[in-house]
Design a binder for this molecule. Structure first.
Ligand SMILES: [Zn+2]
Length: 100
C-alpha cells in the first residue's frame, strides 16, 4: 500500500473527538468588575470519539480513503473493508470474488 501522490507508505487513521472542558473563574475579588481571570487551566470533563474520518498519507496529506467511501478497492486485488479504532484497518482480498 503506497500513496498515489508521493509513493510513500506512511498512513494514519484520523478521528474526530468531541471534548467537554471546563475552567474555574477566579472570584477572589467577589465584587470585581472588568475581566475576571482564571484559576488553573482547562480541564477535561468528558471525551467522546465522534467519528473516524478516514485514512490519510502522513507525508503529503493526501486522503487514501474517507470513511464514507468505504469499502474501497486499493491495489492488486485488495480492498479496505472497515476501520476499527481499537483493532486496526481491515483489508480483504477481492481475488476470490471473481470465481463466485
Ligand atoms: Zn502521500
Amino acid at each position: 500500500m503506497e500513496c498515489k501522490k508521493c509513493n510513500k507508505s506512511i498512513f494514519a487513521v484520523v478521528r474526530k473527538n468531541d471534548v467537554v472542558e471546563y475552567r474555574i473563574i477566579d472570584t477572589n475579588d467577589r465584587n470585581g468588575i472588568g475581566i475576571q481571570g482564571w484559576k488553573g487551566n482547562w480541564r477535561t470533563e468528558e471525551k467522546k470519539v465522534m467519528k473516524i474520518l478516514g485514512i490519510r498519507c502522513q507525508n503529503c496529506d493526501e486522503w487514501l480513503v474517507k470513511s464514507g467511501d468505504m469499502p474501497i478497492d486499493i491495489d492488486g486485488g485488495r480492498r479496505i473493508e472497515s476501520i476499527d479504532g481499537n483493532k486496526g484497518v481491515k483489508i480483504i482480498s477481492t481475488g476470490l470474488e471473481k470465481f463466485m
